[in-house]
Design a protein around this ligand. Structure first.
Ligand code: SF4
Length: 516
């Protein structure tokens, strides 16, 4: 017999996946300045060779492969005269010499901090000191550093000194566990006079300290806690974050892709800290957190109450619409911060044409003004703008603004969809007529192809403001299985807290979509 599922357990179960109850973002996390700069440089190039992975992250590597990058593990595999990119981890001097001798054009993305470690190793050796390198000898970065040290000067054996405590230089791989490096330097100091440039880089240390801080804040009494590191297993700094979490008493998980994340079983975890390695793209982080928090992919909003808001304050209705437009700008940003990929808003219905002409004209001007003024924001935040509705009902001028913005932003992934001159019934009628014109007999699947935005997934959550409990002809087909959230708040007063309340309400629901 199935036992009834209690609320805490119910909150953990969504779509058959066991999720932790509380998901916290550990700050700072993610891309460091060195990797950011390397990726920015690399994205400007096409069809070039790259010695080793530019950074240890398969998402980034796949993106570069899409730009024609060929990744090789030996400089000898790059044909003479070709362009070769040196990764953020740096290369040994011998590699540079080889590239120069064979007429290669070099694009060097070595992180300045890695370059500093190379310089330190070189300087120690020049001054006649033996050099110890703390790090993973198979890691590309360590191989590059070793190339700076003449064979005889490399201190491989760290056994007892000769009694006279010889002086040595010590350097470390930049992405080691900071505590481990300090311990190893202390051990060396027992036998040698140590000159050390053995610090992990600041970005690595800050991310490790943040994980330590999270573990220290979690108490075993609150229940099992865990840390999820988003990053590839090939990434040394990501692996170290998982080690630091385990040292702090947390269960440690790693995931480098959404598929890997979906396979993680968080059973029993009640508090989860999420961090990411220095080479993990932020867009993956946002997507992963959205998934963990059960944030809807597509939110649709019936923005109601501008007129009442204005009337309550003795203002003209037009002023309510201006205030509503400002709220919309804020909501678009908040949705982006939370990883919501699609936001659709109901701005003007087919029924709204019946409003006084002055109000309708004012609204159309406001749309055009708002869209023009938001163009820079759309680019900055990488948002694709789209309109759904009867385009033929718009003035030529407004339609021009709409279509120009649609064309300019078409390449962006995140979408902001505005329903203007829109009606759910009108959309269905338009779809059916289009199918009839083509002589097509429809199924549910083929019908979708005739909707205004057929590629956009159905809304997971529909929010309606101002206390009305109706759908008002909005997304009638698309919202068949949407969750609804109603609030008395008038649209211009809709706040970030209210958005979070709607998302929280959604996250607590168990969407069966007709199943069990
Ligand atoms: S982790 Fe540190 S050393 Fe490595 S690329 Fe980033 S800033 Fe540079």
């Amino acid at each position: 017999m199935r036992r009834p599922v209690g609320e805490p357990e119910r909150r953990r179960r969504h779509f058959g996946i066991i999720r932790p109850v509380k998901v916290e973002i550990i700050e700072p996390h993610g891309l460091c300045a060195g990797v950011n700069a390397a990726i920015a440089k690399a994205l400007r190039l096409r069809n070039v060779y790259c010695l080793h992975e530019l950074v240890h992250n398969e998402i980034v590597v796949d993106e570069l492969k899409g730009l024609g990058y060929r990744f090789v593990d030996r400089i000898e595999d790059v044909p003479d005269g070709e362009t070769v990119v040196f990764s953020a981890h740096g290369v040994a001097p011998g590699v540079r010499d080889y590239a120069a001798e064979h007429g290669m054009k070099v694009v060097d993305t070595t992180c300045p901090f890695v370059a500093k470690v190379h310089r330190a190793a070189r300087d120690f050796a020049k001054r006649g000191l033996s050099v110890a390198v703390i790090g993973d000898q198979d890691h590309v970065e360590v191989k590059g550093i070793l190339g700076e040290i003449p064979e005889g000067m490399l201190l491989k054996e760290t056994g007892a000194g000769d009694g006279g405590r010889p002086r040595i230089g010590v350097v470390a791989q930049t992405t080691m566990n900071a505590d481990d490096v300090a311990r190893q330097v202390d051990r060396l100091k027992e036998r040698y006079e140590v000159e050390a440039m053995a610090e992990v880089c600041r970005a690595t240390k800050e991310r490790q300290d943040a994980v330590r801080g999270f573990c220290a804040r979690c108490s075993a009494e609150d229940g099992p806690y865990a840390v999820l590191v988003l990053g590839s297993r090939t990434s040394a700094n990501s692996r170290r974050l998982a080690e630091v979490a385990a040292e702090g008493g947390a269960r440690a998980f790693m995931a480098g892709t959404m598929d890997e994340l979906r396979a993680v079983d968080f059973s029993g975890v009640v508090r989860l800290g999420v961090t990411s390695g220095a080479s993990t793209p932020e867009r993956f982080f946002v997507e992963a957190v959205r998934h963990l928090r059960n944030v809807p992919q597509h939110v649709a909003i019936i923005m109601d109450g501008n007129g009442r808001w204005a009337t309550q304050r003795g203002k003209r209705r037009g002023e309510g619409h201006v205030a509503g437009a400002k709220t919309l700008g804020d909501v678009l940003k908040w949705c982006g911060d939370r990883g919501i990929k699609y936001l659709t808003v109901y701005a003007f219905s087919t029924e709204n044409w019946k409003r006084p002409k002055e109000e309708v004209d004012g609204l159309m001007k406001l749309f055009a003004r708002m869209l023009k003024s938001k163009e820079r924001d759309f680019f900055r935040n990488k948002v694709r703008f789209r309109m759904i509705g009867r385009r033929g009902d718009l003035s030529e001028k407004l339609l021009g603004v709409v279509e120009s913005l649609e064309a300019k932003t078409a390449h962006f992934d995140r979408q902001f969809i505005v329903a203007i001159a829109y009606g759910g019934r009108a959309e269905i009628v338009d779809a059916v007529n289009a199918a009839i014109e083509r002589g097509e007999k429809l199924t549910e699947e083929t019908f979708r192809g005739y909707l205004y935005a057929p590629d956009v997934p159905d809304p997971d959550l529909v929010v309606r403001t101002s206390g009305e409990l109706r759908t008002s002809n909005f997304l009638l087909w698309e919202s068949a299985y949407s969750e609804y959230y109603f609030t008395d708040t008038l649209w211009p007063d809709f706040s970030e807290r209210e958005l979070d309340a709607a998302l929280e309400s959604y996250a607590a629901r168990h969407r069966r979509k007709g199943g069990v």
